[in-house]
Write a protein that binds this ligand. Structure first.
Ligand code: F6R
Length: 247
């Protein structure tokens, strides 16, 4: 595992964008697994800047969403498909029909989760971006989730709903369910890139990187992957052991 500790959020975003750019430039048809959430905003802005100044092209790239809320209208600005469009997909030269995600408004959610699992498995993700929840979740795999699990319909924890209430008018508007890639799905990506910013993430980051493998910290599952990069700002890294290499 390579851990990069940046001076601030902007440097972390650029470092993460460097890692993504390297994948995009080195594969003929890159398949990117993309997360949403506030951590990713700077990363995507950095990628958009590189594309708009002509140094990077997403023309041959496909993007696969990590997860999607259940029950939001298709035009809801917080539906993750719309978030990724607003922050990245619509701002770069991504091809038509190159953005994939689970349909959270499907009338058969279980079947939709299975369809998405199949799609992602066949796509073979070159790099999977991950944020980390305040409770240690990755994607919407909440504490207790199986490390082998496939994509599925999940119930969001109250902690996650409270954390994400900032994106909605009130907590009552935060969906209670989501379709998420499973931890097993995520671990099949060729490379995993976890990004965390701010003091709020320092405890889950420490537990994920230096704690035991534990279902109580779903992000600790990344220790099982052979090719993981972690990009942190100083605040998110404050609880890490000082002897960690690769700083
Ligand atoms: C989003 C996702 C979540 C977030 C995590 C951190 O697609 O899967 O796991 O990455 O909740 O969210 P932020 O970045 O808003 O703190």
């Amino acid at each position: 595992m390579k851990v990069f500790i940046a001076a601030d959020a902007a440097e972390a975003a650029d470092k993460a964008a460097d890692i993504v750019e390297n994948i995009v430039q080195s594969r003929p048809r890159p398949h990117l697994g993309m997360a949403t959430g506030s951590t990713m905003v700077g990363v995507y802005q950095s990628l958009v800047d590189r594309c708009q100044t002509g140094g990077l092209s997403f023309a041959e790239t496909s993007i696969y969403l990590l997860d999607e809320y259940v029950g939001l209208d298709s035009d809801h600005p917080q539906a993750f498909r719309n978030v990724i469009r607003a922050n990245l997909a619509d701002l770069v030269d991504l091809g038509d029909d190159a953005l994939f995600g689970p349909d959270g408004s499907s009338s058969d959610l279980e079947a939709e989760a299975q369809r998405y699992e199949q799609l992602v498995s066949e796509a073979c993700i070159d790099i999977q971006l991950l944020g980390i929840g305040g409770n240690g979740h990755i994607a919407f795999n909440e504490p207790g989730a199986s490390f082998e699990g496939p994509s599925s319909v999940v119930t969001l924890s109250e902690k996650t709903r409270r954390d994400n209430a900032r994106f909605f008018a009130s907590i009552d508007d935060v969906p209670r369910q989501a379709i998420t890639q499973g931890i097993g799905t995520i671990l099949r990506a060729r490379k995993v890139l976890l990004i965390a910013l701010g003091t709020r993430k320092s405890r889950p980051v420490r537990d994920a990187l230096e704690g035991p493998l534990s279902k109580e910290t779903p992000a600790s599952a990344i220790q099982l992957h052979q090719d993981v990069s972690v990009v942190l700002d100083r605040e998110a890294a404050t609880l890490l052991s000082t002897r960690r290499p690769n700083r």
